[in-house]
Design a protein. Structure first.
Lengths: 166, 777
């Protein structure tokens, strides 16, 4: 005699993830983070705290940086979900990646995908953020390695690079 | 003499894992997957101390999708692990000793099923009296955390017995007689808190068993070799039955050095014959892994009227938690570093680690030095005030100068401390007085102050090896077994290898640590990888160079002594650049015709004695061979809100004598990151227990620094004193920058307010209490 773990009803959903429609199965309580990582094997977004504090799971939903661990998969139907993997050659992301490498704005890299997604959203709405604007925009993303200063420098360097004629 | 012309060393080479980390493709333990893999969840103890009478796993087993359950009944009573004292089972066996301890684990088809089933495991306990305070644990009649701790196997003379986990005593000179020579003596007791490592990646492991019963284990770790040893000791496995590998590691500040969940995951894999992955939740990670030791520090320092330090006594009491882990090492190292980088002729240091019914405390960046530096460096400010001597002048008068030995007599061959001090004094504007406050009304002001602290750290400890292989095309494969925990050691070791062989950095690949294929490396800990492993890389590269020259001599028909390496992977006749053969030509000859594959190896163990027995007396010395000192000076500037007591660090200038910076950008990054982690330690971070239960195991309630708290000015300065024994002159950098942070901030708070906070963290509440007390006084 075996008992099943009772889960909230499982639904089959179609999500727009990184520009493609994908079919996933999710319970009411399944978070977007679990769907992305366990079902779609998109592992750039990390589970650091699973309660919306650390920011390592940050993804873009309809252009806004959001906590995938606090977003329910079923609530993402009809919305554009973009993970770091799907931002690919977006020019703002590329500029940020170059600047993060040049300024050593990461060490272990665990917070980096969330940090990049959040920083990219910042540069989309503010092409020339000052230190305070960068700190405010990223204040929900924790990093335990770098001491943060290099991340601020890198984001501002990326903003400058984007303004230079190609 | 090292040839530095080539330029792989001393350059800001970007981290070699940059591409994968910046595209989200870096694979950490939680990102790994294996065919047919099961997911596991743990069952934790609700009691601080209890006998386990039995388990009822029927309900959990009945859940569809559950594939295996392990409990303490699956462990043999004699199998225990421990770096210093073999006192810890793989997980609870017969007794639980802290709330949150792992008592059982479930493997199932999904994590959700495993967690649901774990909640159905019933454990029958008989509660026992518990002790959570270290002083109470050492009092007569206290409940014993371990029935017979004295009987455990130990790797040094630990003095274990009752609730004493270990004790250590050091002495130099004649401290008892020396107090009479002092014109001023200060004595105080300081208390420090438990700090959580908070590596952003929670701990986890994945184990898989092959048809022959051999297990492969990936885990979040700081040493594949320590993982192998701990798992094999705690499960009674021969080391040949376990291969340990590493994925990328989402930082480790000491928490991933000794075992966490690896033993339980290996046991589940053996029982289920399947691959099993277990990733702790953040809360479980807080409750079951380890944290920085709370210290009680009684310290007494005496000086002559002219400021010359004469005598120091320090007594330490460490809360060790339920198991020994690295506690004996932390105690011994803290006592070794208690004088800081100062000449003090008469010193006594003694201390004990107490077992308590709390989670184990262990290695954390600084390894006891942030605690004792907080006490000793704030006491120096008080001594300076008592003597009427400027606090900077008192330090300059007593600090170690080139040629001075470390406490206990070990010779120091490179000492850049004076340059560190000069640098931070100059850059911070130390000699320009600060306005003491802003213009707000009294009671609403922001009070300003500056603080200074000096400290040191070691670079050399235990064993390491390196294998350098020349591949068929003449490119280079480096294999050291040292785990890069994110700090950049793969990059630094690659740079050292490239420099030694005069090849571009991109011609060197670095192998991922593997207990099957890598030479032994004790671990990425104790700030040792650049110095100890880097020295192995230099040695192995030198052996390759010798072999390359033997081949080249035969190919060019000349004497080996007439040959030199040329940049870009060539061996040439000295001064005759065109008379050269490439590494590719030599390697092809070796692989296909003469001599066989080119392999260079080097292995060593750091063997400088910690103490000179003629100069120091030691009892219970956990590290007999440790040394090579790096130095640090730090200035901070703070603002204290008079209304709330809140402290904000507005500037930090941190200088590190690293011997030589192999990668200056990464070295500076270590100093900056250490500062901010130290700032959290100084001001906000504190694990709080409600009785025996951890009250704040979440990032909501445990506050680490964010972007908002980082000082406007955060500057790192590297001083290069050129350590003669180090690889290209390098010493250490990983921990150095955290050691003086709490002390410097405390000194700045006192400078701003006159309030001496002798307990960490210096929360607004504690500072405000001091401010209110000052008003009353």
């Amino acid at each position: 005699m075996s008992a099943a773990v009772t889960e909230t009803p499982i639904a089959t959903l179609t999500l727009d993830v990184n520009g493609e429609p994908v079919s996933v199965r999710a319970a009411l309580s399944t978070t977007l983070l679990t769907t992305l990582r366990d079902e779609l094997h998109l592992t750039a977004a990390k589970r650091g705290c699973n309660q919306g504090v650390c920011g390592a799971c940050t993804v873009s939903i309809d252009g806004e940086p959001m906590r995938a661990c606090l977003s329910l998969a079923q609530g993402c139907e009809g919305r554009e979900v973009r993970t770091l993997e799907g931002l690919g050659d977006d020019p703002r992301l590329v500029a940020l990646q170059r600047a993060f490498a040049a300024h050593a704005a990461f060490q272990c890299g665990f917070c980096t995908p969330g940090m990049l997604v959040a920083a990219r959203a910042l540069l989309e709405r503010d092409a020339d953020p000052d230190d305070a604007a960068v700190r405010a925009a990223l204040s929900g993303n924790l990093c335990r390695c770098t001491g943060y200063a290099r991340i601020v420098t890198a984001v501002r360097a990326a903003a400058r690079a984007l303004k230079e004629p190609a | 003499m090292n040839d530095r012309a080539h330029g792989a060393v001393g350059r800001a080479v970007p981290q070699v894992e940059g591409e994968e980390k910046l595209t989200g493709r870096a694979a950490y333990i939680a990102d790994l997957d294996r065919p047919g893999m099961l997911h596991a969840a743990i069952v934790q103890s609700p009691h601080a101390h209890a006998r386990i009478l039995g388990y009822d796993v029927a309900a959990a087993k009945a859940v569809r999708g559950v594939r295996g359950i392990v409990t303490g009944d699956d462990l043999a009573a004699q199998d225990r692990m421990g770096a210093f004292i073999k006192d810890e089972p793989a997980f609870a066996k017969g007794v639980v000793r802290y709330v949150g301890e792992i008592v059982a684990a479930v493997a199932a088809d999904t994590e959700a099923i495993a967690r649901a089933a774990a909640a159905l495991v019933r454990v029958d306990y008989e509660e026992l009296p518990a002790v959570v305070d270290p002083a109470e644990a050492l009092a007569p009649g206290a409940p014993l955390v371990h029935d017979d701790a004295a009987s455990y196997v130990k790797v040094f003379d630990a003095g274990t017995g009752g609730n004493v986990c270990s004790r250590t005593e050091f002495r130099t000179g004649d401290p008892d007689a020396a107090w009479a020579q002092c014109d001023a003596i200060v004595e105080a007791t300081y208390r420090t808190q438990a700090q959580a490592h908070l590596s952003l990646e929670p701990c986890g492991a994945l184990a898989e068993i092959d048809a022959a019963g051999r297990v492969t284990l990936w885990s979040a770790n700081q040493s594949v070799f320590r993982v192998q040893a701990s798992v094999c000791e705690s499960l009674g496995l021969p080391m040949t039955k376990l291969r340990c590998l590493t994925p990328r590691v989402g930082a480790g500040f000491g928490n991933k050095m000794e075992a966490h969940v690896q033993p339980v995951v290996v046991l589940l894999a053996i029982r289920t014959r399947r691959a099993v992955k277990l990733i702790l939740s953040r809360e479980e990670d807080f409750e079951t892994v380890r944290a920085r030791h709370p210290f009680v520090i009684r310290v007494k320092t005496g000086a002559k009227a002219d400021g010359t330090l004469v005598a120091r006594e320090m007594e330490l009491l460490l809360d060790g938690g339920a198991y020994g882990d690295d506690s004996p090492g932390v105690l011994g190292y803290a006592l070794l570093m208690q004088c800081g980088p100062y000449r003090i002729p008469h010193v006594r240091g003694h201390g004990r680690v107490a077992y308590t019914n709390k989670m184990r405390f262990g290695a954390f960046r600084g390894f006891g030095v942030p605690q004792v530096t907080f006490a000793a460096e704030t006491q120096l400010d008080e001594l300076a005030a008592k003597l009427g001597i400027d606090r900077l002048e008192l330090r300059r008068r007593n600090m170690l100068h080139p040629g001075d030995p470390w406490f206990g007599g070990q010779a120091i061959r490179s000492n850049g401390l004076a340059e560190c001090v000069d640098t931070v004094v100059r850059e911070s504007g130390w000699s320009t007085p600060l306005p003491k406050s802003d213009d707000a009304a009294p009671g609403q002001r922001r009070l300003r102050g500056r603080g200074l602290a000096l400290s040191a750290h070691i670079s050399g400890l235990l064993a390491s090896g390196a294998i350098v292989r020349l591949l068929e095309d003449g490119s280079v494969l480096l294999n050291t077994g040292a785990v890069d925990i994110g700090q950049g050691s793969n990059t630094v070791l690659t740079q050292i290898c490239a420099e030694a062989l005069k090849v571009p950095v991109d011609r060197v690949a670095i192998a991922s640590p593997d207990t099957d294929g890598s030479p032994y490396n004790w671990g990425t800990t104790a700030s040792r990888v650049t110095y100890v492993t880097g020295s192995s890389v230099v040695g192995a590269a030198a052996e390759i160079e010798k072999k390359l020259k033997q081949h080249a001599g035969e190919m060019l028909e000349c004497a080996v002594d007439d040959l030199e390496l040329l940049p870009g992977g060539k061996v040439a006749v000295k001064g005759v650049e065109q008379h050269a053969v490439s590494f590719a030509d030599i390697s092809a000859r070796a692989h296909w015709a003469v001599g066989g594959p080119l392999i260079g190896t080097h292995s060593w163990v750091f063997d400088t004695k910690t103490f000179d027995p003629k100069r120091a007396v030691a009892l219970g010395l956990p590290f007999a061979q440790i040394g090579i000192f790096s130095f640090s000076a730090l200035v901070v500037e703070v603002e204290v809100d008079e209304a709330t007591g809140g402290v904000r660090v507005v500037g930090a200038w941190s200088a590190a004598d690293v011997g030589r910076a192999i990668n200056p950008q990464m070295a500076a990054g270590q100093v900056e990151g250490a500062f901010v982690q130290g700032m959290g330690y100084a001001l906000t971070e504190e694990l709080v227990w409600d009785g025996a239960r951890l009250a704040n195991p979440s990032l909501m309630d445990y506050k680490i620094p964010t972007f908002a708290e980082v000082p406007e000015t955060l500057r790192a300065f590297l001083v290069e004193s050129d350590e003669p024994s180090g690889p290209f002159g390098a010493k250490s950098v990983g921990e150095l920058g955290i050691n003086g942070v709490a002390a410097a901030i405390a000194n700045a708070v006192a400078d701003a307010t006159g309030v001496r906070v002798q307990q960490l963290p210096m929360t607004g509440e504690r500072v405000l209490r001091g401010l209110l007390g000052r008003e009353r006084a």
